[in-house]
Design a protein around this ligand. Structure first.
Ligand code: GLC
Length: 512
């Protein structure tokens, strides 16, 4: 089980209101208790933080905000002592606009080698005042920004699929590859166990950067598989090169962020000589309906089956609303999130748990507008609030904010109702979400009933699903409004109280 840490929001050791690596190290005991095998830590490299660290100014240094290189070395050492692996987030698709390369590119003339590390183009129209193509940025507005040349005149445009502070690099340029290889080795040599690769379907761009057929206006929307901005075939050669480096380091793993719907195209990313794992986001996008969930599971399994890779499962991450809220919020949303967690942890493959999911945290949808930090808020002209609601700092202990997260003022305010959701409040409570997670993760790691790479579906009443793993585990989900009879077997874990015979609505159970 991978545990995703959003470092700004996990635990702050300095009192500046932003989480850091010492904060993570201080909580390794908690992560061990939870049963975590590996951490995925969102970007901690040097960054001006225009996009929470996904704008990297130096990929081979740790930002002082997170404690610098020493803090990472110490975290890795102590995590390894506890048997926990550490994977880092790398951002190959773009740099920060404060990366030395981009500063050099701005100072250099059109056509220069400095500009060739990025995608600079002349604008369209008689005076070049129109963007070179019609691509929108994922964060809203055009994917192009015009620069001012050194003589003060309006000049070329550069491509940024995300914020203007995140210029896309040109992967056809050898220097880009050589520098990325250096980054991979730098961290692997330091003892990092692997990487989560950001926008792993985005690095290669189609020849000539052709217009999109239909321009979608959706901010944060990942389009269909024909979107020329992503999933260009050339990306696979990049993954092969990355894999060749990783293969020199025993057990190093690369996990790609791959927003690709078509199962065959998705599977291409996890061929034996490419990524080890790729995120499948179907469960994170599926409503709480048995047929939809079954569909998502079947699709995710089918996507990797052809190439013999392991499936991955995730209910949420730092980019999507938390599952409690997605499934309806309140008591019902929480019950459903608990049920879906049992479904997820019953599946074969790698599970990714987003920090705070184990506490049943809801999204915080009423953050004050002046607290919002996601670039989408500004880029969308204050129409899309963005992803801050799932990034609110974790509540650790005590009756009121900041709940032990910091001794200062948390970078995003926490709701006072989180008093009952703190780690402290849930740890000793047998029916808490945290206890359910701990029990589920422990069973999954220890019991032979979870063995086998496949599953078989059972017939089940409408609104329900049931499957059996070859090892013998049976998982039942009741997404219908009425209680349903449980199949024969002994209930070993359930997301809600069961009498041994029937499963209430919005609940799941494991039987052996
Ligand atoms: C990925 C990250 C997201 C980030 C974007 C740009 O989608 O998960 O948080 O904003 O890439 O780097």
């Amino acid at each position: 089980m991978f545990y995703q840490v959003y470092p700004r929001s996990f635990a702050d050791s300095t009192g500046n209101g932003v989480g850091d690596l010492v904060g993570i190290r201080d909580r390794l005991g908690y992560l061990e208790l939870l049963g975590v095998d590996a951490l995925w830590i969102c970007p901690i490299t040097r960054s001006p933080m225009a996009d929470g660290g996904y704008d990297v100014a130096d990929p081979r240094d740790i930002d002082p905000l997170f404690g610098g290189l020493t803090a990472l070395d110490e975290l890795i050492e102590e995590a390894h002592e506890r048997g926990i692996k550490v994977t880092m987030d790398l951002v190959p698709n773009h740099t920060s606009s404060e990366h030395p390369w981009f500063i050099e590119a701005l100072a250099a003339p059109p056509g220069s080698p400095e500009r060739a590390r990025y995608h600079f183009r002349d604008g369209l129209g008689p005076d070049g005042s129109l963007p070179p193509n019609n691509w929108p940025s994922i964060f809203g507005g055009p994917a192009w920004t015009r620069v001012t040349e050194s003589d003060g005149a309006p000049g070329q445009w550069y491509l940024h699929l995300f914020a203007p502070e995140q210029p896309d690099v040109n992967w056809d340029n050898q220097e880009v590859w050589l520098d990325f290889e250096k980054t991979l080795r730098f961290w692997l040599d330091r003892g990092v166990d692997g990487f989560r690769l950001d926008v792993a379907h985005g690095m290669a761009k189609p020849e000539g950067l052709p217009d999109m057929a239909a321009v979608a206006s959706g901010v944060l929307a990942h389009l269909d598989d024909n979107d020329p901005r992503f999933n260009h075939r050339g990306v696979h050669e990049i993954h092969r090169r990355i894999r060749r480096v990783l293969d020199e380091y025993p057990n190093a793993v690369a996990i790609g962020e791959v927003w690709v719907d078509d199962n065959d195209r998705f599977g291409e990313y996890v061929r034996p000589d490419e990524l080890h794992l790729a995120f499948n986001f179907r469960l994170a996008e599926t409503p709480f309906e048995a047929d939809a969930v079954r569909d998502a599971i079947e699709n995710s399994l089918a996507a990797v089956a052809g190439v013999g890779a392991s499936p991955t499962w995730t209910l949420s991450n730092h980019d999507v609303p938390r599952e409690v809220t997605r499934f309806g919020g309140g008591v019902v949303g929480l019950a459903r999130a608990r049920a879906m967690m049992l479904v997820e942890l019953a599946l074969p493959g790698a599970v990714f748990v987003y920090n705070g999911a184990e506490l049943g945290l809801p999204n915080v949808d009423d953050l004050p507008e002046d607290a919002l930090r996601d670039p989408t808020w500004e880029r969308s002209g204050h129409t899309v609030r963005g992803r801050d609601g799932c990034r609110v700092p974790l509540p650790w202990e005590g009756p009121e904010p900041p709940f032990g997260f910091t001794t200062g003022r948390a970078w995003l305010p926490q709701p006072s109702q989180w008093a009952e959701l703190t780690v402290e409040a849930q740890l000793e409570q047998l029916d808490s979400t945290l206890s359910l997670y701990r029990a589920a993760i422990e069973l999954r790691g220890a019991r032979p009933e979870f063995a086998g790479p496949t599953l078989d579906w059972y017939g089940s009443p409408s609104g329900c699903l049931a499957f059996r793993r070859p090892g013998g585990l049976i998982c039942v989900l009741n997404a219908s409004p009425v209680p349903v009879a449980l199949p024969p077997g002994q209930v070993v874990l359930a997301s809600a109280p069961v009498d041994g015979l029937s499963l209430p609505p919005d609940a799941a159970a494991w039987l052996m």
